[in-house]
Structures are given as C-alpha cells and as structure tokens.
Design a binder for this molecule. Structure first.
Ligand SMILES: Nc1ncnc2c1ncn2[C@@H]1O[C@H](COP(=O)(O)OP(=O)(O)OP(=O)(O)O)[C@@H](O)[C@H]1O
Ligand code: NI
Length: 327
C-alpha cells in the first residue's frame, strides 16, 4: 500500500481549459493536491487564479462547453471521478461531496418557503416521507442556529448571515464526506463572518467532514483550516500546514500576499500591493508564470517552469529553498 488510502481526495495533474471561438483560457494548469480524511485545506489566490474551476472539477460541474477537463485525475476515496456517468455524479453530489457555491446567496428559490426547499433536498436524496424530511431539516436548522419557527419563511425574510446558515444546512443535509465552501463568508460583514466560520469549524468536527475552503483571505484560512494551498495562474505554487506556510512562506507570491495584508495603522485602501496583475490565463508567459511580477527573478525563471520543491511543505520556485535569496 502506498498510503493513499488515507486520502479522501487526490487531484493529479489537473488541467482545465475554457475554449471559446476566439480564445483558449487555461484556467487550471497541472494542479496536484491531496486531502486526508477529516482534514481541511484552504485554497487561496487572487481573482481568476482558478479556485472555483478546481472546485467545480471536483464536484463534476464544469460547464461544458466551454469548459473541458483536458487532463488529470480526481480520485475521491480512490475512485477517479472524471469517468463518472451522470447517474454516478448525482449520487456523488447526493452523499459524497457538497459545495457551497460562490454566488450562493442567489441559490435559494425566492418564491418557495425555505424549509420546503430544504426538505425537497432530503426527499430527492433519501426517499423518506415528507414528515421525516421536515423533522431532519428542523433538526439541522437548529444545529446551525436557525430557529424551527423560521421553517415557513421565505428567503428574503432572512439576513445575509442567516441565509448563509440555511445554505450550509442545504450542503450538510446529505451528510457529505467532503464539503467545498467557495468564499462562504465574503458577502458578510466581519462579525457575522466570524460567527459563520466558527459554525463551519464546529460542524466539520461534529460530522468529521473533510473540507476545502476557498478564500482570498489568508486570515479566514488561518482560522478554519489545517493546511493551505496557494494558487497562482492555475498552479499550486505553495502548499503546507497553515503553521509552516504562515511562519515560513517560501514562494515569492505567498510572501507578497502576506505583505499585502493591511496593517491596522496603515491605509486600508491599499489591499493588494504585489506589483502588476496576474498573468492572463489566455496567454500565459513562458517559464515560471509568476516571473513577470517577481522581484527575485533570474534568467532561468523566464524560460524554465520550476518544479515543486520540498516534501511536506512544498513550493514551486527555483529559489524557494534558499532563504538568503528571499531574505
Ligand atoms: N464559464 C467560463 N467561461 C470562460 N472562462 C471562464 C469561465 N469560468 C471561469 N473562466 C475563466 O477561468 C479563469 C479562472 O476562473 P475561476 O473562476 O476558476 O477563478 P477564481 O480563482 O475562482 O476567481 P474568483 O476569486 O474571482 O472567484 C478566469 O480567467 C476566468 O475568467
Ligand atoms: Ni471563484
């Protein structure tokens, strides 16, 4: 045995493109990652880095066309999902993997009572009676902090934070082994955000779920995850435990992300200080994709794509293991 049985999810060399008439967008370019049962991984990167595309690949919801999984394997409990039939995918989403979508605030049907929408999910997936479904929904709503008497309310009667609790309930109703939460708190104000993150943390423990949490925010990931992967132009450029990556970031991009976190006393409007913009996935540069923005770049970076360096804490940089270069 090679130890891979411990992994609930393994992504190997995943490439996803969006092909339209006039462009080929290389959104995900050789992502490798593994998540152990019960573990949580934060996926962090700036807008357009390929976070949502990676997540949609896992749950087999890449819009096709224009999206194509060009290459790679996605192993969930050892089974490659890429060759799944539609029926197997329905089952997978019914009780294996759940996702809270990035624009999920619009996911609820505005003209249907919230409780009924949730009960419908239970009935579709488990064929229980209406009364039993209602009982399960009320149970779970109370677990996430929504009072039973809100069962008959409509979505617009819920505040942002409460609506997000409803969506978390929806994701948990089918007892997923893996929860993917795509920016679950971005739309919420800071206090509510903290409450929802705390809730996600508790639920993950209670149900022993593995989790991928997608965020722009390193602080959010530090609060909620065991490990973190930094993604840039569709590649994981650094991955390790939160502790290792936060205390000793190796990749220049990761260092830039930490430097760009606004300090309280500084001007809050300067949110992102890494110079330049992310390489366009429609025309990626040669060599290391980060080199046009990298203050440590050498000749080799313009021509040769670096391999991943390291064992537990990995980084994709020609120089990442030489602390004196990055000092
Ligand atoms: N349906 C689509 N058709 C064409 N291009 C797409 C589609 N979905 C995503 N893309 C492109 O693929 C790239 C990766 O997008 P993706 O949504 O995965 O990024 P992200 O990291 O989730 O960004 P954000 O933080 O803004 O949510 C981007 O260039 C995006 O414009
Ligand atoms: Ni996204």
């Amino acid at each position: 045995m090679d130890g891979t049985l411990d992994n609930i999810l393994e992504i190997k060399n995943l490439h996803v493109h969006y092909v339209t008439e006039d462009s080929e967008i290389k959104a995900v370019n050789g992502v490798n990652l593994a998540i152990k049962k019960g573990d949580s991984l934060g996926l962090v990167g700036e807008t357009g880095a390929g976070k949502t595309t990676t997540a949609l690949s896992i749950i087999q919801l890449i819009p096709d066309p224009p999206g194509i999984i060009v290459e790679g394997e996605i192993l969930f409990n050892g089974k490659n999902l890429i060759h799944n039939t539609e029926k197997e995918n329905k089952q997978l989403r019914g009780n294996g993997i759940s996702m809270i979508f990035q624009d999920s605030m619009t996911a609820l049907n505005p003209i249907m009572r919230v409780g009924d929408q949730l009960a419908e999910v239970v009935i579709t997936h488990t064929k229980v009676s209406k009364a039993e479904a209602k009982r399960q929904v009320i149970d779970l709503l109370e677990t996430v902090g929504v009072k039973a008497d809100r069962y008959n309310d409509y979505p617009h009667q819920f505040s942002g934070g409460m609506k997000q609790r409803v969506l978390i309930t929806m994701a948990l109703l089918c007892n997923p082994e893996l929860l993917i939460a795509d920016e679950p708190t971005t739309a919420l104000d800071v206090t509510i955000q903290a409450q929802v993150l705390e809730l996600i943390k508790q639920l993950r423990k209670k149900y022993n779920m593995s989790m991928i949490l997608i965020s722009h925010d390193l602080g959010v990931v530090a609060e909620t995850c065991d490990r973190v992967a930094i993604i840039y132009a569709g590649e994981i450029v650094e991955i390790g435990t939160v502790e290792e990556v936060y205390t000793n970031p190796k990749h220049p991009y990761t260092r830039g992300l930490f430097e760009s976190i606004p300090k309280l006393e500084e001007d809050q409007s300067r949110l992102f200080q890494i110079e330049g913009t992310m390489a366009s996935p429609a025309s990626l540069p040669k060599g290391c994709y980060f080199h046009p923005r990298c203050k440590y770049k050498a000749d080799i970076c313009e021509t040769i794509s670096p391999g991943m360096q390291g064992e537990e804490h990995l980084s994709k940089c020609h120089f990442s293991l030489r602390d004196e270069v990055l000092a």
